[in-house]
Design a protein around this ligand. Structure first.
Ligand code: SF4
Length: 334
């Protein structure tokens, strides 16, 4: 935190590049929220880096007036790890999509999360490959009709938050592209977390998968289809806040119950409970709402800190690299 810095605004974070997403794309709303939020972190722009792979969302670094790197398909986590390791002072952000992050780059995503590298990963999930004209992705719902699945996809979609939890993630959250206030709050907590923060953002692609998240976005009905998680608060939803999530102690499954008369059975969100977090992150079926908010968080030493501790110890024992190179059996070539 540097108090002497001049106060920056959204405009300072908007680059001079023409934004080339389709009209109405959810990416615009996310970009605006992030540009507005960045000054809150009170850091020099020179310390902020956005790194992406390939896909519509991966154009993001062009539009941020910070350092940025539009890299290769699925490899943003590996490059971001290198950037952070080379200069831990940098505030590193990975921008990816469901195809880039969990198909082409699935392997890299697992490891950046498992290693708990100190960076923020924002995954724009539109459940489709937008840039390549609408093929089904690893998060597309079964039955999704696309040019590559003309009779409907027969794949089972993965849950990005579920996979991130399974990979050992220490900060897992979900938000929605047009919910600027909620998204900003979740991303702020992700930024505060020491380690790999994973945020899935439900993002509408009006061209190839329009309305896929309409139920959780339409203000008239959204309360019936999404539940906003708050640590220490009961997990309640519904237009009248009349429904709740409960853990059935016999089947060890989550279920939807009526609030009235069941107050003692309502689940209280504990963002440090991994088993419950996994169940909440992966709730599916027409009966269940989509959970948004901080789903899971744990304190754990981070990859960068551990790596540098090792480096310091190695230097104490072995000396500098220069000294090491000139020690032992060396000889001069004449
Ligand atoms: Fe956005 Fe979809 Fe257009 Fe890509 S194809 S820019 S995700 S609307």
């Amino acid at each position: 935190m540097n108090q002497a810095l001049p106060k920056l605004t959204l405009k300072d974070y908007a680059s001079d590049q023409e934004v080339r997403w389709c009209p109405g794309c959810g990416d615009y709303a996310i970009l605006k929220t992030i540009q507005k939020l960045m000054p809150e972190f009170n850091q020099p722009k020179e310390n902020q880096v956005f790194i992406s792979g390939i896909g519509c969302s991966s154009r993001f670094p062009y539009y941020m007036n910070t350092y940025g790197f539009h890299t290769i398909h699925g490899r943003a986590p590996a490059i971001a790890t290198g950037v952070k390791l080379a200069n831990p002072e940098l505030d590193v952000w990975v921008i990816t999509g469901d195809g880039d992050g969990f198909s082409i780059g699935g392997n890299h995503m697992l490891h950046v999360i498992r290693r708990n590298v100190n960076l923020q990963i924002l995954l724009f999930n539109n459940e489709i490959y937008g840039l390549t004209k609408g093929q089904y992705s690893p998060t597309s719902q079964t039955g999704t009709t696309t040019p590559s699945s003309p009779q409907g996809s027969v794949d089972s979609p993965l849950s990005p938050c579920g996979v991130a939890l399974g990979a050992g993630g220490t900060f897992i959250a979900r938000s929605i592209d047009t919910e600027a206030k909620h998204l900003a709050a979740v991303v702020t907590r992700a930024h505060d977390h020491d380690g790999a923060s994973f945020v899935e953002i439900l993002q509408n692609c009006p061209i190839y998968n329009d309305g896929i998240f309409e139920q959780v976005k339409d203000k008239k009905i959204a309360a019936n289809f999404k539940v906003v998680l708050t640590h220490g608060e009961p997990v309640i939803f519904g237009l009248e806040q009349e429904k709740a999530i409960s853990l059935n102690r016999e089947s060890l499954q989550l279920e939807v119950i009526e609030v009235s008369g069941n107050e003692d059975k309502i689940l209280v969100h504990d963002e440090n409970n991994k088993i419950l977090a996994t169940m909440l992150a992966t709730m599916s079926g027409s009966n269940f709402p989509v959970a948004v908010g901080v789903i899971y968080r744990e304190d754990k030493t981070s990859f960068i800190d551990d790596s540098y501790q090792q480096l310091i110890k190695a230097r104490e024992v072995k000396g500098s690299l220069q000294e090491l190179l000139h020690s032992g059996h060396t000889w001069e070539v004449e």
